[in-house]
Write a protein that binds this ligand. Sequence first.
Ligand code: GLA
Length: 386
Amino acid sequence: MSKKKLISEVKYSFKELFKTQPLLLFSPGRINLIGEHTDYNDGFAFPAAINKGIVLAISKSDSDNNKVYALNKKELFTFKSEQIKPLEYGSWKNYILGVVSELQKIGKDIGNFNSVFAGNIPVGAGLSSSAALENSFVFGLNEIFHLGLSKNEMILISQKAEHNFAGVKCGIMDQYASMFGVKKSALLLDCRTIESKTYKIDFKDYKLMLINSNVKHDLSDSAYNDRREVCFRISKKLNIKALRDASKDDMATIKKDISNGDYQKALFVINENQRVKLFSEAIKEGDLKTLGNLLYQSHEGLSKNYKVSCDELDFLVDQTKQNPNVLGSRMMGGGFGGCTLNLIKKDEYIKFKKVISEKFNKTFGKDCSVYAVKLSKGTHVLNSNK
Ligand code: GLA
């Protein structure tokens, strides 16, 4: 559904349910050009907000509870602000409860609210629909209750909601990109200082193509937390704060004391961090060939060393190697499903979409989905009638 339609449906539904004028806002999903699994290692990533996201309508309420209507699911959720606890694993409600609870923990006294939200980010695609949802609520609550939080404070609340209520010990990349995105640009993000540099993106005759494998393997959340554990363990062994501070030489000093699996994973993080820097330089120089090669190298590391890919993603990446019009391809996000990111010649887009869709279906007996995305502005208010 288009953003415009999303906005009008959310607006309409809010009016029907609550008979007042809400604050309306948009919070986007994100892609990541390169720098995967580096964020929780205090490293670098290169994300961008996209033109798919969540529209939220929200206003204060005089009643003694909070109401959240999930328009896509047609589900109304009512809860009281006292004694908030996470609900069953995997529920969308946890993201909202998490935000409210984390606000309470820092002493922000929020009153009750009414809200309606809907989104057009495919769930499970690795485009951070959860970060968009968390950010929309923290931003909306900050506005209507005048909490005075900065964007940086808000994204830390969103991240904690994900840690403590959704059970994923994520880094800061998704929430950052969704909050701070800039139109037609990507953000070279330093995940230690939580600051970024904006890069205008123009791939000339090429464009980005996302191919969604439409799978999300069950182990993804636990495997994610497990990777994070490995990285912490190794940092501890090296006596450093995070793998960002490690070099390949450092790794050689502990190689014999750790498993080969752990060694490979840490080495991947060190290499991936390096690739982000090379990628940003290649962008400055307009060196598309290098960009493509770095994407392929990133995938190789994610698949063979960090071991977060899966058959469907490896297949999608491999297929592009036979097409000279695709400069590079890699899995994107946490892994075990979701999308691949491809840098493809504009003229070739439609043809390749057809070819890859047929091949994928023939191999896996199910469909993949192909999207073009625009790099867009981060979380923002759509109207100002508070
Ligand atoms: C998920 C997490 C992010 C990041 C990526 C991998 O999207 O939420 O914090 O770690 O995986 O780069």
